[in-house]
Design a binder for this molecule. Structure first.
Ligand code: PEP
Ligand code: MN
Length: 282
């Protein structure tokens, strides 16, 4: 069902993102992968595009594991200006080659209006990052795109703010929207952020939009990624977005949270089992 068919009340602030009394949940297809249905959608890849060898090596084991979506940023929103900022257009070109070689759908971030159209040409799913969740000009541009959008939750955003940001995209006409819980800032300091597991069913109770979990940015710690990914799936996530790298210690960004190839493959199989079990109980 298209989001425009969901209009409930002219005064409802979540008139497009909200559930209008038992309407069917949205299933968004990305490169032939349905997100929001009974199957678990999995996107894996490094934090950033670093080189042809790096993305091809990761794409190879991801594709061999049956994963159909490849994540990697060509434009990186970094906390510090001196940190690796991504390869930019050269990174987009490498993502185009990954898609061509391995037939993987590309999930990559648009960080600003200037680069949006270039990202849009290559991406199968355009990511709006946590730091841009309330960049309203970027949200409106995403709402005018023909490509599906992955909207991450801001690190300090409550669920209503996240869904209001989604409403900016939907209200411009783009109904192909997926939400991503990627952790929020809390008092806990054992991890980078706190994966807000309860937000997954809470959002699904308020909205028809698919929700996926990102345990990599939520934890910032390799040893916590698998348990948190599985917790997200058990809580009802429609998919997971996970960072993995052949040589995390040499990664130019987020190496400390990147799963090693074997760990990634183990997660894929465990996460699918949990999703299958939930489905069999439904
Ligand atoms: C990312 O997925 O590469 C990223 C930067 O994530 P976030 O916006 O959640 O920090
Ligand atoms: Mn990252």
């Amino acid at each position: 069902m298209s989001s425009s068919a969901r209009v409930s009340s002219a005064n409802d602030p979540l008139r497009l993102a909200g559930l209008d009394g038992g309407a069917a949940r949205s299933v968004i297809e990305v490169h032939g992968v349905p997100i929001g249905g009974p199957e678990l959608a999995i996107a894996g890849g490094p934090c950033g595009v670093e080189s042809r060898d790096q993305v091809f090596a990761v794409a190879r084991y991801i594709a061999e594991a049956g994963v159909r979506l490849f994540r990697a940023g060509a434009f990186k929103p970094r906390t510090n200006p001196y940190s690796f900022q991504g390869l930019g257009p050269e990174g987009l070109e490498l993502l185009r080659l990954v898609k061509q070689e391995f037939d993987l759908g590309i999930v990559t971030e648009a960080t600003d209006l200037d680069s949006f159209t270039d990202v849009e040409r290559v991406a199968d799913l355009i990511q709006i990052g946590a730091r841009n969740m309330q960049n309203f000009a970027l949200l409106r541009r995403a709402g005018k795109s023909e490509k599906p959008i992955l909207l991450k939750r801001g690190q300090g955003a409550i669920v209503e703010e996240w869904l209001s940001a989604a409403e900016y995209i939907l209200s411009e006409g783009n109904s192909r929207l997926i939400l991503c819980e990627r952790g929020i800032r809390t008092w806990s300091n054992h991890a980078r952020y706190t994966l807000d597991v309860s937000a997954i069913p809470a959002v699904k109770a308020m909205s028809h939009l698919p929700v996926i979990a990102d345990p990599s940015h939520a934890t910032g710690r390799r040893d916590l990624v698998i348990p948190c990914a599985l917790a997200g799936v058990a809580a009802g996530a429609d998919g997971i977005l996970v960072e993995t790298h052949c040589q995390p210690s040499n990664a130019l960004s987020d190496g400390q949270q990147a799963l090693l190839p074997d760990e990634f493959l183990a997660l894929v199989s465990q996460a699918k089992k949990i999703k299958g079990y939930l489905h069999s109980m439904a």
